[in-house]
Design a protein around this ligand. Structure first.
Ligand SMILES: Cc1cc2nc3c(=O)[nH]c(=O)nc-3n(C[C@H](O)[C@H](O)[C@H](O)COP(=O)(O)OP(=O)(O)OC[C@H]3O[C@@H](n4cnc5c(N)ncnc54)[C@H](O)[C@@H]3O)c2cc1C
Length: 325
């Protein structure tokens, strides 16, 4: 009997399509295996038939995520073709629970495509976050940065081309290409680890550039496994674990029982009182942050920008050093 691979129409619509990211990058969903129903089926195996009546797919998927029962979501896999600047790739590759095949600059000619930040994201060093940026940089600094980058990249690209012309091995010729150079890879990961990646990389503490890639991937997950995506938003992305000190603080402000949750009359906590409960000044700032309404995009993909594999390959081909076309 012929068995047909189960498909998800919303995922099929984008399968093999290329979504541009930054100036020369992209993410494409090359393949996927499974969806929310596979998470449910795997969980049913472990819970047994007796739980069937409570296992409406949505309720079960949400229960699993809330209670960190994660292995059922490892049954779903997604495979991507992505191109990103090397400095983004270095952050991305730290996620060890994926399978990766990167373009070999020992074997292939590198397309000379370099990331140029746009003026909006060219910012000054953050005063509060050593790993962040804030505010606008003076336009003349941006202009000069672009000029300097263009000069360095031209020189690096020319040297790369010259070394290749001298028949120097590709693995040596490539060593001074800057980390703004685009690389590409196939990346396959299961849904559990992908959601962990997204939690860390759509977060505003992650570098803006990698966030752009994570946002597109989140939009793809939304299409492949919409119930898992929804549970991830509710329990991981917009959820926050409470520390012992934070729980102690909240229980001074609120009382809760089966009848509901009520504010304690006249209850308030100053920062000194929070400190007395064991919260450091930084933890107090983090508590304030946790209680803010989360602010993130809805990760809906814009299908009007989707390109074909041929369009993308054309751009890559044109960027290979000219004497080797
Ligand atoms: C905002 C931000 C800033 C960062 N800054 C830095 C930095 O300054 N310097 C730096 O080096 N890194 C930095 N990182 C990278 C970070 O420390 C992690 O390496 C990266 O986010 C991958 O996370 P992970 O290990 O949880 O993911 P994965 O590698 O996908 O692993 C998933 C989970 O599997 C388990 N696991 C995987 N491998 C092992 C193992 N060998 N042993 C035990 N458990 C394992 C862990 O539970 C882990 O959480 C930063 C990350 C973020 C998001």
């Amino acid at each position: 009997m012929e068995t047909k691979r189960p498909t998800v129409p919303a995922a099929e619509e984008i399968l093999g399509g290329y979504f541009p990211v930054l100036d020369h990058g992209f993410v494409s969903l090359v393949d996927y295996m499974g969806s929310d129903e596979d998470v449910e089926s795997a969980a049913r195996v472990s819970y047994g038939a007796g739980t069937r009546k409570v296992s409406q797919t949505r309720g079960l998927v949400r229960y699993l995520r809330r209670h960190r029962h994660t292995t059922p979501s490892e049954m779903v896999e997604m495979k991507f073709h992505c191109a990103m600047p090397m400095f983004v790739a270095r952050q991305w590759i730290r996620h060890r629970t994926a399978s990766v095949n990167e373009l070999s600059a020992r074997y292939s000619l590198m397309p000379l495509l370099f990331y140029m930040p746009d003026v909006e994201h060219f910012q000054l060093q953050s005063r509060t976050n050593k790993q962040g940026r804030e505010g606008g940089a003076p336009p003349e600094v941006y202009r000069e940065a672009v000029e300097r980058w263009e000069r360095i990249r031209k020189q690096a690209g020319d040297t790369y081309g010259w070394l290749l012309e001298q028949d120097v091995a590709r693995e040596i010729a490539r060593i001074d290409l800057p980390v703004s150079t685009y690389t590409q890879w196939y990346w396959k990961i299961d849904l559990h680890n992908l959601l962990h990646f997204l939690t860390l990389r759509v977060d505003r503490r992650a570098q803006w550039e990698i966030r752009q890639f994570a946002g597109i991937i989140a939009g793809m997950v939304k299409r492949v496994a919409p119930l898992s995506y929804e549970a991830w938003v509710d329990y991981d992305l917009d959820g926050r674990p409470l520390t012992r000190g934070e729980r102690a603080a909240l229980s001074k402000l609120l009382e809760a029982d089966d009848a509901g949750v009520r504010a304690r009359e006249g209850a308030a906590l100053s920062s000194d009182e929070l400190k007395a409960l064991g919260l450091s000044p930084r933890e107090i700032r983090e508590l304030v942050e946790k209680l803010r309404t989360p602010d993130h995009p809805d990760f809906e993909l814009d299908l009007s920008v989707m390109r074909t594999a041929e369009d993308v390959a054309g751009e890559m081909y044109e960027a290979v050093p000219s004497s080797f076309e």
